[in-house]
Design a binder for this molecule. Structure first.
Ligand code: DAH
Length: 341
């Protein structure tokens, strides 16, 4: 019993003096005193050698020792918790990983701007299917059977008899709108169109157009000119000049093409405008009476104007992109250049 008392005393002193500095030291302590083969268990085992009349006293001694050993461990547990966090490999001081933001595609940005300008004039936005039938793409637009635009070389046919095709121009959306609405009609129709062209810097088998259509009583060519003039000054600045040249489209009569003063040289002459000072941006005209009739709109009561322009063309003039292929190659070095616009 005496030797047990002395043993415990020595260990108690050791425990009292013990000041663990880290989780490893604490764990070594735990194993030494509180582990399954630890000192507390060992001394407990020695209880059987204590004579019966001293067992009670020895039991109290042992309990107090066990409590002391456990308290020391409990009061230093925070070391262990701290070290657990470290072991989970999370370094809270590391800088966060950056989220890569995407950028809007230049064509979409320009299209949004174009739509926004016409919305200010009271136009709403309409859309239509990219796979069209012959009637909406050609027939209803007053393109006669033998018109060269229907040629297999220009048009991607999906099927024949019945003819399904990839729309060749956004004018097919006009047809969809007139089919479903009665005047007054005032819409812009942006969308992707397809033509069977060999891909090069200046041509592509798909590109984007925006159609405009305005039908009401007393709509005149002067309204068309003023609307387009407003668009140009909003898009390219107040100093931009416009001019109209007579032209031909089956769906408009009279028809015109509109040029603007070159956005690169301001009209002095450069390679973009082929030294003429002018660049063509769109086709337009007064909606042909046959087109109105095709949708049961009386040309004696209503008149209207229409226009169609290429989004790639407008983007080229705004940002001097000189190769159409760049728009669909998805080269991040190209796309990133429009980040801050
Ligand atoms: N659809 C024509 C094209 O693809 C563009 C066009 C010209 C549309 C005159 C019109 C228009 O609405 O009036 O080249």
């Amino acid at each position: 019993m005496q030797s047990l008392q002395q043993q415990i005393k020595v260990y108690e002193e050791e425990i009292q003096a013990f000041q663990p500095q880290n989780a490893q030291e604490l764990e070594a302590y735990r194993i030494k005193f509180l582990g399954t083969k630890g000192i507390v268990k060992q001394i407990l085992g020695e209880m059987k050698n204590v004579p019966g009349d001293q067992k009670k006293e020895a039991g109290q001694l042992l309990n107090a020792f066990k409590q002391l050993a456990e308290e020391k461990w409990e009061s230093n547990k925070h070391l262990q918790e701290g070290s657990n966090k470290k072991e989970s490999n999370i370094d809270l001081s590391l800088p966060g990983s950056q989220v890569q933001m995407g950028t809007r595609h230049p064509l979409r940005m320009v299209e949004n701007k174009m739509v926004g300008i016409f919305e200010k004039l009271g136009f709403s936005v309409a859309s239509g299917p990219e796979i069209e039938d012959d009637w909406h793409n050609f027939g209803s637009m007053n393109l006669p059977e033998h018109h060269p635009a229907r040629d297999m070389q220009d048009t991607f046919y999906v099927s024949q008899n019945p003819d399904w095709l990839l729309r060749t121009h956004s004018s097919s959306i006009q047809a969809r709108v007139m089919e479903n609405e009665q005047p007054p009609i005032r819409v812009v129709c942006p969308g992707r169109v397809y033509r069977n062209e060999t891909i090069s810097a200046r041509a592509h088998c798909f590109f984007h157009q925006m159609e405009g259509l305005y039908i009401d009583k007393n709509v005149s060519f002067a309204d068309l000119k003023q609307t387009l003039y407003y668009f140009v000054t909003e898009m390219f600045g107040a100093n931009t000049k416009v001019r109209f040249r007579p032209s031909y489209f089956p769906f408009t009569e009279p028809s015109a093409e509109m040029d603007i003063s070159c956005t690169v040289c301001g009209g002095d002459g450069c390679s973009l405008c082929k030294h003429t000072g002018w660049v063509e941006i769109l086709g337009c005209g007064m909606v042909h009476p046959n087109v109105l009739r095709n949708f049961n709109i009386d040309p004696e009561v209503y008149t209207g104007f229409a226009f169609g322009m290429g989004v790639e063309r407008i983007t080229q003039l705004k940002y001097q992109v000189n190769d159409l292929r760049l728009y669909s190659q998805n080269d991040i070095r190209f796309l990133r250049q429009f980040e801050s616009i």
